[in-house]
Design a protein around this ligand. Structure first.
Ligand SMILES: NC(=O)CC[C@H](N)C(=O)O
Length: 337
């Protein structure tokens, strides 16, 4: 009988990378002061026995770090392992436990490069498991529920936080401390309640199986860095990043991705020297940067990131530049993904 139920359940692999969901604090009152990345994946799984009702779950520890320390090499390592598992006949879905600080970057990266329609769900928590009202158990339960559900196939990389199913492309950590941290300018795709998914929207942008990018063809990512726009800004950071080898600079601009007149000449010069300039916006609730609005992008040969925030624009630029160095192609990619 037990063997029969096991056969009916989906096979879900949990790839653990660290973060608060694997964190531990000194006391139950420590919801914000704790150490991330302490618990191994077996303890995470053992902490939610109800996972066994949803799927045949097994875990792998890919790394054990706080997500602000994730490097491009870590992203590639994780992405390649996800692709191997997705190719395996006995894997139906993949869950990645992750720190929340760069979760949106990893989710978007996987959304661009994984050539599979099998569900890939990235999940974290805002409080460590040792805290009162810890959110990790339910977030993980929801992630496994979504990853084992056939309805989740072909919808791109997903994020389950705070009972919501979000698109890995759109979602961003928009609030810290609070458990309702992850939001998208375009709204969640659905909800997951008591292990059941309720869907309301589909992503309109290219992803996974419809993407032109494939993790199996990527062996390294080019240097792309971000510089911040603000009052009284100088061009020092932009020049320093280029000098240090940046192939593209994401301008985390004010408002519509506007650029200070004190910075414009340096960016024009950098572009002439081959560095791609990509205008994004650092406004909190969803930037929206259009070509030739605020700056003459056609004349400057710059690219706009449209609705992608600076950290997501960095991910797309890196992936795109594994294939093209042409600014027009880059702009096409920024419209399509
Ligand atoms: N809530 C979190 O996961 C944050 C912990 C840590 N800074 C990380 O991103 O891994």
């Amino acid at each position: 009988k037990e063997a029969e139920t096991q056969q009916k359940l989906a096979n879900v692999v949990i790839l653990a990378t660290g973060g608060t969901i694997a964190g531990a604090g000194a006391s139950a009152a420590n919801s914000a002061t704790y150490q991330a990345a302490k618990l191994g994946v077996d303890k995470l799984i053992a902490g939610v026995p109800e996972l066994a009702d949803l799927a045949n779950v097994r875990g792998e520890q890919v790394m054990q770090i706080a997500s602000e320390s994730i490097t491009n090499e870590d992203l590639l390592k994780l992405g390649k392992r996800v692709a191997e598992l997705a190719d395996s006949n006995d894997v139906d879905g993949i869950v990645i436990t992750h720190g929340t600080d760069t979760l949106e970057e990893t989710a978007f990266f996987l959304n661009l490069v994984e050539k599979t329609d099998k569900p890939i769900v990235v999940v974290g928590s805002m409080r460590p498991g040792t805290a009162m009202s810890a959110d990790g158990m339910l977030n993980l339960y929801n992630a496994v529920a979504v990853a084992s559900d056939k309805q989740s196939r072909g919808k791109g990389v997903l994020v389950t936080m705070n009972d919501e199913i979000q698109s890995g492309r759109d979602v961003s950590k928009s609030v810290n401390i609070k458990t309702e941290a992850f939001k998208s300018a375009w709204g969640p795709m659905g909800m997951v309640v008591e292990g059941k998914s309720y869907w309301f929207r589909l992503p309109a942008k290219r992803h996974t199986v419809n993407s032109e990018f494939d993790i199996k063809q990527i062996s390294s990512l080019p240097a792309v860095d971000i510089a911040y726009g603000y009052g009284n800004v100088t061009d020092t950071a932009y020049k320093a990043l280029a000098q240090n080898g940046a192939k593209a600079i994401i301008h985390a601009g004010t408002g519509n991705g506007s650029v200070s007149s004190r910075v414009v000449p340096a960016l024009q010069e950098l572009r002439k020297n081959g560095v791609q300039i990509i205008r994004s916006s650092h406004v909190n609730q969803g930037g929206f940067v259009l070509r030739n609005a605020e700056q003459p992008d056609d004349k400057n040969d710059w690219v706009v990131a449209h609705d992608l925030n600076p950290q997501k624009a960095r991910i797309l630029a890196m992936v795109a530049m594994t294939k093209t160095q042409d600014s027009k192609e880059l702009q096409r990619i920024f419209w399509e993904y």
